[in-house]
Design a protein around this ligand. Structure first.
Ligand code: KG4
Ligand code: ZN
Length: 396
């Protein structure tokens, strides 16, 4: 079964053609990150306008790259929430329009659920094999194993979810303030790094670690160069990242204790680093005398620490076979490595999507749609956008 997926919930425009919910024929993503970088974050009006100009070329490219005509497509799926209303409206409307024009079944997809389904995606297949074979569609080797503990970490969500089966989600914990991705983006802004903040902070942190190694020191020193707070919220699986963000802000503004400043000075390269950065963060960082890269590394470590420990505790309590990562922050290499280390002694496997499937894309939309269509579900063309949609929890 070939599904055309469409994604337009925020600042990425995506179209993809996926076979049997897993195999990639094409996956086209047009990112607006460069445009929003100027403003240090997504500007909703700009985002929806860009969606409008990009969606048709992206859709046509996806069909072309898959070597498909409309006659090969079996169903159309588009994100209907959560996300920015204006952006969502573009993809959803185009999805419904092409489904109607070509007389195809239509399905609206929950973007958060799609992030989870990114774990079902494999690599690209040759166009020659796009005919559907007789196979078990429900489970194929390499699929995630139920029950699994899923950490959903995107720009606006941080949730620990027990997934008992397809469509069976139990909410164990969620963020009480900023989402993990949001914290990465805001801290990057404070430090004068680029948008989106996650990759920029990861890169700055990596650089700090490499520099230490070159100086013959242990790279792990970078991770605790600044002592930053962790909000454990013990006895719950909830998260909180805003206190951490504020601690970084205070350091960057120079209201940190003298101890931290001295530590930075002794690292020797604070002045050199700061020159590379632009925008408001520069002044702040210079004033505080803090080293941007070491601060980025320490912040990332604090986020990874909390996410990894709480996820491991939940995985142990619920006796799952697998932990699954979903959402843009799942692309973080330090988080992946740390969770591997936490879970290995417990014999719990860790699964995460390939980097290109972690951040927003349409392949995951088509994958989620496949498993809904298998259950005979589909939507009418009166489906509207739902900007505040959450995962369809069976138990909270
Ligand atoms: O899932 P996603 O692409 O969009 C939403 O649905 O929100 O997630 C975007 C978030 C951004 O906050 C971005 O900074 C973060 O994912 N992100 C990362 C990394 N790559 C993207 N965070 C940490 N490390 C990364 N490598
Ligand atoms: Zn997303």
């Amino acid at each position: 079964m070939l599904i055309l997926g469409i994604e337009s919930s925020c600042d990425e425009t995506g179209a993809a053609i996926i076979k049997d919910g897993r195999y990639l024929l094409s996956n086209v993503v047009a990112s607006q990150a460069e445009i929003h970088d100027r403003y240090g974050g997504v500007v909703p009006e700009v985002a929806s306008r860009q969606q409008l100009t990009t969606i048709i070329p992206v859709l046509e490219t996806a069909l072309e790259q898959a070597g498909c005509g409309w006659e090969n497509i079996d169903a159309v799926a588009a994100t209907y929430g959560p996300g920015l209303a204006g952006s969502l409206l573009v993809g959803l409307t185009v999805g419904k329009a092409v489904a109607m024009a070509h007389n195809l079944p239509f399905l609206g997809v929950n973007h958060l659920e799609a992030h989870i389904y990114a774990n079902w995606l494999r690599g690209k297949i040759a166009a020659a094999s796009k005919e559907t074979e007789d196979s078990d569609w429900e489970y194929q080797e390499g699929d995630p194993i139920f029950p699994s503990m899923c950490l959903v970490i995107s720009g606006a969500h941080s949730e620990l979810v027990l997934v008992r089966g397809h469509g069976q989600y139990e909410l164990l914990g969620r963020t009480r303030d900023d989402a993990a991705g949001e914290a990465f983006d805001k801290v990057a802004r404070i430090l004068g790094l680029s948008y989106p903040g996650g990759p920029a902070i990861q890169k700055a942190a990596q650089h700090a670690q490499e520099e230490l190694e070159q100086q013959g020191k242990s790279a792990t020193q970078a991770l605790n160069a600044y002592r930053l707070p962790r909000s454990w919220l013990r006895g719950t699986y909830d998260f909180s990242f805003s206190g951490l963000k504020t601690a970084v802000l205070h350091l960057a503004e120079g209201v940190a204790g003298e101890q931290n400043v001295q530590h930075t000075r002794s690292s020797g390269n604070a002045g050199k680093q700061v020159n590379q950065y632009t925008r408001m963060g520069v002044q702040a960082v210079q004033r505080g005398g803090a080293n941007v890269e070491l601060l980025a590394a320490s912040f990332q470590e604090a986020v990874v620490d909390v996410l990894a420990v709480k996820t491991r505790l939940a995985a142990q309590e619920y006796h799952v076979k697998q932990v699954v990562l979903a959402g843009g922050v799942a692309a973080n290499v330090n988080l992946r490595a740390r969770l591997e280390r936490e879970l290995r002694p417990l014999n719990i496997r860790l699964k995460y999507p390939a980097i290109e499937f972690c951040t927003d894309n349409a392949a995951m939309i088509a994958s989620a749609a496949f498993f809904h269509l298998l259950r005979g579900e589909q939507h009418g063309l009166d489906l509207d956008v739902e900007p505040g949609l959450s995962l369809p929890f069976t138990k909270k």
